[in-house]
Design a protein around this ligand. Structure first.
Ligand code: NAD
Length: 268
């Protein structure tokens, strides 16, 4: 029995959007999909509404009549400032403000490990660790996390801020042995955030049950998220295919990995 009448997925043409498009189908009578990229044909239970995240009027229409929003559309890595500003910062604001104006109670947002990228690996972090962004991309995730906090305290919109680590079909780098999030665990996490009786304002790390994970989700047991996959199963393969990094390099020292090595994206 679907729990929602209509669920909206932004960034639905993206790699994680594709996983959600399939996996969230049983939860709603109708799944509304939006992106600026091609979304293909709509299945009988789907509605397709192309839109630019930076276009407030378009996002108002896309959000209308939905019960909850799964907001995964954004610049997905470090990009020029103009793109971060338009897609991620303005886009994040447009989604929250449209949700407020349409009376939507819950948003699940794809934040990132890069909101805390300058945490040292041996330091570890929990969901109370203050922001330490490693890029303008990371700053955009911090902005939307804070925006979500304001929309919760002031307007009562509940949010899950998923600090997704590395969500790919399987781990392929040594860092992924700590940071991997499997597609199945991502699906479980998003589903838990949509179904939890009370979500409030919840920061949670999007990470599988990896032996060497940097982060702990102990304070967010109310979600009932129990990751089942473990990057350890891939260790032999990953170590055979990759050389150990320099332990003094920023990309090995910090949880943000190579993002901590990047300069300003607008420099030549
Ligand atoms: N994949 C990961 O490991 C990972 C890790 C941390 C966070 N995330 C976050 O998860 C989300 C999805 O990531 P992904 O890996 O699927 O990336 P992706 O690039 O495959 O998907 C992002 C989608 O957003 C859309 N988009 C971007 N700007 C837009 C705009 N201005 N208007 C409309 N649509 C726009 C793109 O067309 C794309 O389809 C992103 O917010 C990303 O920051 C992903």
């Amino acid at each position: 029995m679907p729990r929602f009448n209509r669920l909206l997925i932004t960034g639905a043409a993206g790699s994680l959007g594709g996983v959600l498009r399939k996996g969230l189908a049983p939860l709603a009578k109708t799944i509304r999909l939006t992106d600026r990229a091609d979304l293909g044909d709509a299945a009988p239970h789907e509605e397709i509404m192309p839109a630019e995240l930076g276009d407030f009027d378009a996002i108002m229409k896309v959000v209308e009549d939905c019960d909850a929003v799964v907001h995964f559309g954004a610049a997905p890595v470090e990009k020029p400032w103009a793109e971060i500003l338009e897609s991620s910062i303005k886009g994040g604001y447009n989604v929250y403000e449209a949700a407020r104006r349409h009376g939507i109670g819950r948003v699940v947002y794809a934040s990132s490990i890069h909101a805390v990228g300058y945490v040292r690996c041996e330091e570890g972090a929990d969901t109370d660790t203050p922001h330490r962004p490693d890029t303008l991309y990371g700053v955009s995730k911090c902005f939307v996390e804070d925006l979500a906090k304001m929309y919760f305290h002031k307007f009562g919109i509940e949010s899950a801020l998923l600090r997704i680590n590395s969500c790919f079909p399987e781990p392929t780098t040594r860092r992924h042995l700590s940071t991997w999030l499997s597609f199945d665990d991502l699906m479980q996490l998003v589903e838990r955030c949509l179904l939890a009786e009370r979500l409030g304002y919840t920061v949670v790390y999007g990470i599988s049950n990896n032996r060497e994970r940097y982060f702990d989700n102990d304070r967010v047991r109310h979600l009932g998220y129990m990751p089942r996959d473990n990057a350890e199963e891939y260790r032999e393969k990953v170590e055979a295919n990759t050389a150990p990094g320099d332990p003094h390099a920023d990309e090995v020292k910090f949880v943000g990995g190579v993002f901590c090595e990047y300069g300003h994206p607008d420099d030549d």
